[in-house]
Design a protein around this ligand. Structure first.
Ligand code: FAQ
Length: 326
């Protein structure tokens, strides 16, 4: 009798899980928002922690290429705008770590994963910003690609992530405009300035196309994430939207996209682009991009340099609770 009860229990639990999973999927299909305290399949939780933490790390590491130019911005106005942009990226990282915390992922653990090289962040931030025009190209193209990917995330099925994305997208939109305006100034400047803008576009274009992730056929998470309405568009669909939006912008600037195969397909109304170098993408993901090591070292150094701030905050909190207890 006792053994029978033990054997029945896992079967009953499995039926209950299957029922819950079915109800969960029905909520997703009905466009209901999933909130932190709702039941969710463990795999849904893990997928979100993976994506949100990678996204948070991207925002944090993403400060480094541009942060490098704050002291060298060509005017006070440019410096103020760049400083605000880099601070915004930091804020995005913090909202996103907070969203991951609602899924029981501790911020300390996520930070450790990043600093020990166990976590991913966007491939794009492993490329160097070598001239001032790169700051224009990053805002125009990197933030432009980020918006294309993030607008649909405002409708993601997980409430805390979707809500965080609304403000992030508004700020990314300002970033994109400030980048485009830098490019416009350079393109209307001297011959050397325009050449600098073209050179930046040549170096950032292909890595930006890689930001959207592997082609659909090689994207291992897309099918499940689409069923769960975490992803609303495929990697290739978003990449195509980005290309279609950016080609006329490059034309307006009088710049040439570094892709001889780029052509307008009148039948589909889309710009077709040349082959992306997926070997380069794999190399960057494997840690062999131009700046992978520098980026992690800079993050570790910032963490170590901030030790006194954490210690002071902990001492202050201890003092406050002692006072309250007294
Ligand atoms: N870099 O199966 P999928 C920004 C990985 S924020 C590195 O297609 P998924 C703001 C992927 O993680 C930029 N790894 O994966 C800013 C997976 O590996 P895993 C970040 C990549 O998740 C601007 C594997 O490949 N934005 O720029 C990349 O369904 C300026 C297989 O891929 C986000 O994170 C990549 N580019 O789709 C800041 C948005 N692509 O985890 C500062 C949210 C793919 O199995 C300055 N994330 N991988 O080891 C997403 O929308 C998705 O996660 C995708 C990838 C679309 C990135």
């Amino acid at each position: 009798m006792y053994t029978q009860a033990l054997n029945d229990r896992p079967a009953a639990a499995a039926v209950e899980d299957a029922d819950q999973a079915e109800r969960f999927q029905a909520r997703i299909d009905a466009e209901d928002r999933i909130e932190a305290n709702d039941w969710m399949p463990e795999a849904y939780r893990r997928t979100l922690v993976r994506q949100i933490s990678q996204h948070a790390h991207s925002e944090i590491i993403g400060q480094l290429p541009e942060g490098n130019w704050i002291t060298r911005a060509p005017s006070l106005r440019r410096k103020a705008a760049l400083l605000a942009k880099v601070q915004d990226e930091c804020g995005h990282g913090l909202y996103l770590y907070a969203a991951a915390e609602t899924l029981d992922a501790s911020r300390e653990e996520l930070m450790d994963q990043l600093m020990e090289g166990r976590a991913r962040y966007s491939s794009i931030f492993n490329y160097p910003a070598t001239t001032w025009a790169d700051i224009g190209a990053i805002g125009w193209l990197v933030d432009g690609a980020a918006i294309m990917n993030q607008i649909p995330l405002c409708r993601c099925s997980y409430g805390p992530y979707a809500r965080a994305m609304i403000r992030v997208c508004k700020e990314e939109s300002f970033h994109q405009r400030q980048g485009f305006e830098i490019m416009m100034t350079l393109c209307n400047g001297t011959v050397a300035q325009k050449a600098m803008a073209q050179d930046a576009l040549n170096r950032w274009w292909w890595p930006c196309l890689m930001m959207f992730g592997p082609p659909d056929g090689a994207s291992q998470h897309s099918d499940q994430s689409t069923r769960w309405k975490i992803k609303r568009f495929s990697n290739d669909a978003l990449r195509q939207k980005f290309v279609d939006a950016t080609v006329p912008q490059a034309e307006y600037l009088g710049l040439t996209l570094p892709d001889p195969a780029l052509a307008f397909d009148a039948a589909t109304g889309h710009w077709t682009h040349g082959e992306i170098d997926w070997d380069e993408f794999k190399q960057v993901l494997a840690g062999n991009g131009p700046c992978n090591r520098d980026r992690i070292e800079a993050r570790r150094a910032a963490h170590e340099n901030g030790e006194w701030v954490r210690a002071a905050a902990a001492a202050f909190a201890a003092k406050q609770s002692q006072r309250q207890a007294a």
